[in-house]
Design a protein around this ligand. Structure first.
Ligand SMILES: Cc1cc2nc3c(=O)[nH]c(=O)nc-3n(C[C@H](O)[C@H](O)[C@H](O)COP(=O)(O)O)c2cc1C
Length: 164
């Protein structure tokens, strides 16, 4: 189980998933993973940065999402889950991970940090300024989303042939 998380949202989801996984397991920032080939199943978590995975996330996915590896992705984003742009953003993660066997995908809203909101508020792009105004991500991921993350973990474990 590995993640990138700057303000802690993706880490929170990672912890919830981790708690559902039985047996031998590890939880760590993705930069600390020396070799993911030793795992039967790898959960990888990233935040959406500027409408998709940032360069670091793409680099890590190309490193760990390779042929023969079972990978489940979990993503957090400031936009609500029903935002019309979201499928396109999330597809970029799926594409970046397509070298592996993708056995699960989960996404949920994660609170936008104050600095991010400030940048949006000051943006020249009206769409981004408007988005900062209507932002409803405060307090996310909340308990209901964490519960969904746990359900996701159990589903993936079932599919990947591991018992929870
Ligand atoms: C540089 C930057 C860019 C972001 N761009 C987006 C974006 O395009 N769409 C979105 O929904 N959220 C965006 N966010 C918000 C994060 O995806 C969201 O708050 C996420 O839950 C942060 O996860 P973390 O706490 O694990 O870092 C951005 C955040 C940062 C720091």
């Amino acid at each position: 189980m590995a993640y990138i998380s700057e303000s802690g949202n993706t880490k929170k989801v990672a912890q919830a998933i981790y708690d559902e996984v039985p047996g031998e397991k590890d939880l760590m920032p993705i930069c600390d993973v020396p070799d993911s080939s030793v795992y039967d199943l790898v959960f990888l978590g990233f935040p959406v940065h500027q409408s998709g995975p940032d360069k670091k996330a793409i680099m890590r996915m190309s490193q760990h999402c390779v042929s023969g590896r079972k990978v489940a992705l979990f993503i957090t984003h400031g936009a609500p889950e029903d935002a019309p742009e979201l499928p396109e953003w999330l597809d970029k993660f799926k594409k970046a991970a397509s070298g592996a066997e993708l056995v699960g995908f989960f996404d949920c809203q994660g609170q936008m940090s104050k600095p991010v909101k400030m940048v949006l508020r000051l943006s020249r792009d009206k769409k981004l300024r408007d988005w900062a105004k209507i932002d409803n991500s405060q307090g996310q991921p909340d308990e209901s989303r964490i519960k969904k993350a746990r359900e996701f973990a159990r589903e993936v474990l079932g599919k990947a042939g591991q018992k929870s």
